[in-house]
Design a protein around this ligand. Sequence first.
Ligand SMILES: NC(=O)c1ccc[n+]([C@@H]2O[C@H](COP(=O)([O-])OP(=O)(O)OC[C@H]3O[C@@H](n4cnc5c(N)ncnc54)[C@H](OP(=O)(O)O)[C@@H]3O)[C@@H](O)[C@H]2O)c1
Length: 266
Amino acid sequence: MMKAFENKVIWITGASSGIGEELAFRFAAENALLVLSSRRFDELIRIREKCRMTEEQCMIIQLDMTDCQNFQDAVDQVIRQFGRIDILINNAGISQRALAIVTLPETERRIMEVNFFGVINLSRQVLKEMLKAGSGHIVVLSSMAGKFGFPLRSAYAASKHALHGYFETLRLEMKKENIVVTMVVPGRIKTNISLNSVTGNGSAYGIMDKGQINGIPVSRACIKIIKGIKNKKFEVIIARQEKILLLLKRFLPSLYFYLSGRISST
Ligand SMILES: NC(=O)c1ccc[n+]([C@@H]2O[C@H](COP(=O)([O-])OP(=O)(O)OC[C@H]3O[C@@H](n4cnc5c(N)ncnc54)[C@H](OP(=O)(O)O)[C@@H]3O)[C@@H](O)[C@H]2O)c1
């Protein structure tokens, strides 16, 4: 039986670790054709080997999400190899572990460049190819911090909130064009994201938070993400207790603000 993603060209940004790595592994098992991008070339090679894929089946592109001037060239490379991009998964991202008061403006800009401007600029370039092809699917990794504020994540939460405004609009604009948009909204998933987070001055936080260690296993999260993509869902929520906060924010905001200030942010 034909698998749902067989021969689909799927581009995963931030494929060198965590959620991106697991998605690559799972889509490889579905016989998809992959494009893996991130800054760490050697890690991407490792993932391709782990996926047991050839260069013809899995293309690797070293791409920093802050280097928007390189995006067109990257898109052209993919089109030369595969002829189309069926699904773009905007997964690359960095988080923050610092109070707003001590976060430097350049750190805030870097977080916005990676998590927001990089994502919308790459999506625009890819969208042009999807429009030529007459269909496409753009997936965006947001966060629960894209739905409500969370201590130590001011710029991160801002960048993820911004994604919702942008991609909800894009979805409405592109409905007639057969372009699907899926927002993925995870709570804490067990990856190295806290290790890779930035402090106020932009240096690596370097600590694996307790909340992260006890997060949802990345395999379980990716099963849900892939199911959501397959079913062309607009929103895929992957969370435990954060779901309660989401409901409280909507229906009992005063209780939400009382409780959210008491939850450990590390
Ligand atoms: N884990 C969670 O609890 C959680 C919760 C909510 C949302 N999310 C979101 O899920 C996505 C994946 O996070 P993760 O948990 O898998 O974290 P992760 O393990 O730290 O992976 C982050 C990925 O982003 C890439 N990346 C970072 N900066 C980049 C840049 N400037 N240019 C290109 N790639 C860059 C990294 O690759 P290189 O270092 O090789 O560039 C890495 O592959 C992020 O968007 C994150 O905000 C995660």
